[in-house]
Design a protein around this ligand. Structure first.
Ligand SMILES: Cc1ncc(C[n+]2csc(CCOP(=O)(O)OP(=O)(O)O)c2C)c(N)n1
Ligand code: SF4
Ligand SMILES: [Mg+2]
Length: 767
């Protein structure tokens, strides 16, 4: 029986609730809606992206008014959240894997200054190599960040823990930010029955108001947040942080009890299954523990006294509860979905061992197993094996193998990658399809192109057959670029559709050297390689090539890569390394399911700028990336489109010339994406043409600081209305509806303004 409730009672029970059928991400988003956070700062990353996507749809439908701020990367998202939380309201974020790691630097800042918020982590393997599926290697990185970490084993607990997280973090004795971690895909994407609140008053009463001792928005009480603090004071700050964590040990059960009163669902710091008389046990986190419980039932039927232990709270680590639970257990296998390399155990194993070690009488044998990495499934047979190992150790009274990877297999030394097309040699592709010659009078380059039909005979540096959608514009674009590029090329692809669709271990479509780095750092990585190349040539370690015949370095990036990777790209541009940054702009984060990028135009529909009765489309204008790079005083900046091959290939010819001799080149290419633009697969030509003729995407170049339009629709009488272009795509049709006339007008005005400025630059010799 639940104690008498202080919340409004419905149906003679706890708060009124309804059944629903939701995944973990959906449940987290519903919790966010029901909690009514003030601000969400976020950046999309699989598998947590759906939290923001669901909230975007709910917002478009008028279901909540959380201010959702799409950050330029997770580091930015963490900053947005920190800043917002300093203002005293409730703040939310959701991320995974590299996203969590990219925000890691900010996490201790927030905990160290004691600013509560809630961060949902849909756990995923960290790179490299890149793997989008579940393990706990990301969450393990955060164990020392000073955040409370609640584990959610299924969609129901993902929903519930968000409510508890708000209260725990804001408790006056705690005041710490809180993570709610659930398993990527296994929980984030699997739908289960959940009960969710249908009782705003009861929820409101449970949550109460956030009360901050100080905020950054109180002019009556100006406060200094984060003063410069050295020895001898800093250690005291850390003691207070430690004390806050210790207070959380007491507060968490209290809040869980209150939550049980509200919901009827009871959480303990450690979830124990059949542990009262267990001889052996598995200690596992989240969904794997649920699988193991089924095996417990089977083994118990066979007379084996087995059980499962699974912390619901990882920080503060429930040391006492673990020690008590395992006191009489003879052998335990601790499974870690992530290694602490070189420590002979993952973090959970190490902490369980440490907890037991504090009890001098404890005799429990502990084995550590690394399992389920990179999304490797944990089946009941795996749990059976673990139990078998624990039972064997218990019987023998000793552990044969204290630490091991479970489920790894020996590679076949003879296998090797499957044979593909042979690598492309420099001479195969150096065929003079584009020739750049400096004009002594203008100081600019003039380009001669061979006829298009002749170019079709140039072998491609990329193999035919790829995993992209039919009609994807990236491949024609790359083909056109490669047509005119001479000699040896090294490419670095940042994360995105182009990367994912051309490499999938153990295969590659690249017939030249290819590198992947994550899109927050590709430009810096390639700049390092460029300098190593030139230095090794200078030292005589690599052959010196005549000027214009040495290796060309190209970074291929999406428009999203130029959001999160902008800092690294601008650093690279300011250092003026001899390389090309080639951006294919498909107007969104397509690889992760069409979220808005800063290059997504105003009012366009994406999965994080949904269209509904209350809201519709992206809320700010597209980023003018070429102008940003032009302001870096680079030798050459251009825009192009795969719909204008000759124009693009002329520009690529120039790009190579400048990148080999003078420094960094940046090019932005409008690239067709039928899937997310919501068009027919074969509509590239007409849609791109309309984007260019409506002056949304002007074709121009900035050569040595001077702007030159390479296509002027006004001058040749081909200027078209912006609405013609917008009417061609499913993602923009709503803008033409009468009720969105203001969006159309704002779009037209912005496009026209940018176009007029560009024309002025084109006409002025110094601009
Ligand atoms: C630090 C980090 N955050 C987020 C992601 C998830 N992510 C991978 S690709 C991608 C979108 C890339 O967009 P863009 O550069 O435009 O390339 P496209 O997918 O459109 O081809 C995102 C958000 C990631 N891999 N790493
Ligand atoms: S989503 Fe768009 S960019 Fe990505 S492969 Fe498909 S068509 Fe190409
Ligand atoms: Mg993109």
């Amino acid at each position: 029986m639940l104690p008498e409730s202080k919340f409004p009672l419905t149906n003679d029970g706890p708060a009124r609730q309804v059944h629903d059928f939701k995944s973990g991400n959906e449940a987290a988003a519903l919790a966010a809606r029901d909690i009514g956070f003030h601000v969400m700062g976020y950046f999309p990353i699989t598998p947590s992206t759906e939290v923001a996507e669901n909230l975007s749809q709910m917002q478009a439908d008028g279901e909540h008014d959380i201010v959702m701020i799409p950050a330029d990367g997770e580091h930015g998202a963490a900053g947005i959240c920190y800043g917002a939380a300093l203002g005293g309201g409730r703040v939310l974020n959701a991320t995974s894997s590299q996203g969590l790691l990219y925000s890691l630097e900010q996490l201790p800042v927030q905990s160290g200054t004691r600013v509560p918020m809630v961060l949902n982590v849909s756990t995923r393997t960290v790179s490299g190599p890149l793997d989008i599926r579940c393990d706990h290697s990301d969450i393990y990185f955060v164990l020392n960040a000073g955040w409370i970490i609640l584990m959610a084993r299924d969609p129901q607990s993902a929903y519930d823990m968000n409510f508890a997280a708000v209260r725990i973090g804001e408790h006056p004795d705690v005041r710490l930010p809180v993570i709610v971690a659930y398993d990527g895909f296994l929980t984030s994407h699997q739908k289960r029955r959940i009960d969710r609140f249908d009782d705003p008053e009861a929820v409101k009463a449970f949550l109460g108001e956030r009360e901050d001792p100080y905020t950054a928005l109180d002019p009556e009480r100006p406060v200094t947040f984060g003063p410069y603090m050295n020895d001898p004071d800093l250690i005291n700050n850390k003691v207070q942080q430690h004390e806050a964590m210790e207070a959380a040990r007491r507060v968490i059960p209290e809040i869980f009890a209150e939550f049980a009163e509200l919901s009827g669902r009871n959480y303990a710091s450690v979830d124990c299954y059949q542990m009262d008389d267990a001889d052996v046990a598995l200690v596992l986190l989240n969904s794997a523990a649920e699988n193991a419980k089924e095996v417990v039932d089977r083994l118990r039927e066979q007379g084996q006294k087995v059980g499962v232990v699974s912390p619901n709270v990882l920080r503060p680590f429930p040391t006492d509860a673990i020690r008590k639970t395992l006191k009489n257990v003879r052998a335990v296998v601790v499974g870690d979905r992530g290694d602490s390399y070189g420590a002979e155990g993952g973090n959970l194993s190490l902490e369980v061992r440490a907890a037991l070690q504090q009890d001098p009488d404890n005799k429990t044998l502990v084995m550590s197993r690394i399992y389920g990495l990179g999304g490797k499934d944990f089946y009941d047979t795996d749990a059976e094996e673990f139990f078998h190992e624990a039972l064997t150790a218990a019987k023998a009274g000793k552990v044969e193998v204290p630490f091991e990877y479970h489920g790894a297999y020996a590679g076949d030394d003879c296998a090797g990658p499957p044979p593909g097309l042979p690598p492309i040699k420099s001479e195969d592709v150096s065929r003079g399809m584009g020739t750049a010659t400096p004009n002594a009078e203008t100081g600019k380059l003039e380009v001669e192109l061979k006829p298009l039909w002749e170019m079709t005979t140039t072998p491609s540096r990329i193999a035919p057959g790829h995993g992209a959608c039919p009609g994807c514009g990236f491949f024609p674009m790359l083909r056109q670029a490669y047509n005119v590029l001479e000699g040896n090329i090294v490419v670095l692809f940042q994360t995105g559709c182009a990367m994912v669709t051309t490499t999938g271990y153990p295969k590659t479509a690249h017939r030249i050297t290819y590198i992947h780095n994550l899109f927050q750092n590709g430009a810096a990585t390639l700049s390092g390689l460029v300098e190593m190349y030139h230095e090794r040539v200078r030292r005589g370690e690599l052959p010196e090539a005549p000027v214009g015949e040495d290796t060309t370095f190209i970074m291929v990036t999406g428009d999203g890569g130029m959001d999160i990777g902008m800092g690294a790209a601008l650093g690279t541009a300011h250092r003026n390394h001899r390389m090309i940054i080639l951006e294919y702009d498909n107007q969104g984060y397509m690889n992760t399911g069409s979220q808005l990028s800063y290059s997504t135009p105003f009012a366009h529909r994406t999965s994080t700028s949904e269209v509904g009765d209350a809201r519709s489309g992206k809320r700010f204008h597209h980023k003018d990336t070429p102008q940003i790079f032009a302001a870096c005083n680079l030798p050459y900046v251009f825009t192009a489109s795969e719909g204008y091959p000759e124009d693009f290939m002329r520009k690529m010819t120039k790009a190579q010339w400048y990148a080999q001799r003078e420094g960094l080149v940046y090019g932005k290419v409008l690239s067709f994406c039928p899937l997310n633009w919501r068009t027919q697969d074969d509509a590239a030509q007409e849609v791109l043409q309309a984007a260019i003729d409506s002056c949304f995407f002007p074709l121009y170049e900035v050569e040595k600081g001077s702007t030159h339009l390479t296509y002027d629709p006004d001058a040749i009488g081909r200027r078209r209305a912006v609405s013609e272009w917008l009417g061609m795509m499913g993602k923009t049709k709503h803008i033409l509806a009468p009720e969105h006339a203001d969006q159309l007008e704002m779009t037209e005005q912005e496009i026209d303004k940018r176009w007029r400025r560009l024309k002025v630059k084109h006409e002025h010799p110094e601009l």
